[in-house]
Design a protein around this ligand. Sequence first.
Ligand SMILES: [Zn+2]
Length: 265
Amino acid sequence: MEFTERALVLRVGRFRENDVWVKLFCAGRGLLTAFAFGGCRSRRRFCGCLDSLVLADFRVEVSHRGGYNVLQEGVLRNAFPGLRGDTRRLGQVANCVKFVEAVQLDASGARPVFDLLLETLATLEGGVVGAEMLPLLFKAKLTFEQGLRPDLSLCVRCGRPIAGHDRADHGFESGGNSDAADDSPRLAFSVERGGLVCDACGDPAAEPLCAGTARALEWIGQSRPADWPRLRLEPFMRRELGRVVDRFVAWHLGLRWENGTYRKI
Ligand SMILES: [Zn+2]
């Protein structure tokens, strides 16, 4: 069997003298490992394709026994030249890639995540998102797209509207009025139930956050990576957002960032 598919090369390694293995993120199949026999020598079949962070169309043959994938050829589509050689941005990319690998997508869920990752790389290539924000935004957005997007308009316990949540303007976007002042109403986010809890219900385990941070969470759910450079958050809102997203990911996907990698918990 053979198929041709667009894929992003996540990792590359050599084995034997001229052979290469690659870990691919395929648009329609998710993650797979494939071998490029003679890949080190064949410029004609794999010109520029056997490098990490390369987008290419690969023709892949699945071995008769179905045990492994063999790359037949690749056509380079994008090598993201704006990211190469920039260690800071490559570190952000590595963080996003590790999250994709850790989430263990099945084939049916691959396409939206593939598109999200490519859009994130294109945005990062523009060089305009705060260094500490991009992996957080990517992690939150990917998690929400796994059917886990929180509903932040109603209390998750009693269903009543949440006071202080319903202002239409997104004051945290650049050009708007910063809403980060101390008079921002305090809210509580239930990590387990995936939404806000009203004052009347209360929940001692809920994560405290201000209305601005709650709206930022909601905005992430509606945004695309191209929108992310517009996000401006006060440092305390960034910390709140980071804490809520980390707990949310740990609870719902069972993943925690530890010592430079995502661990299953
Ligand atoms: Zn309530």
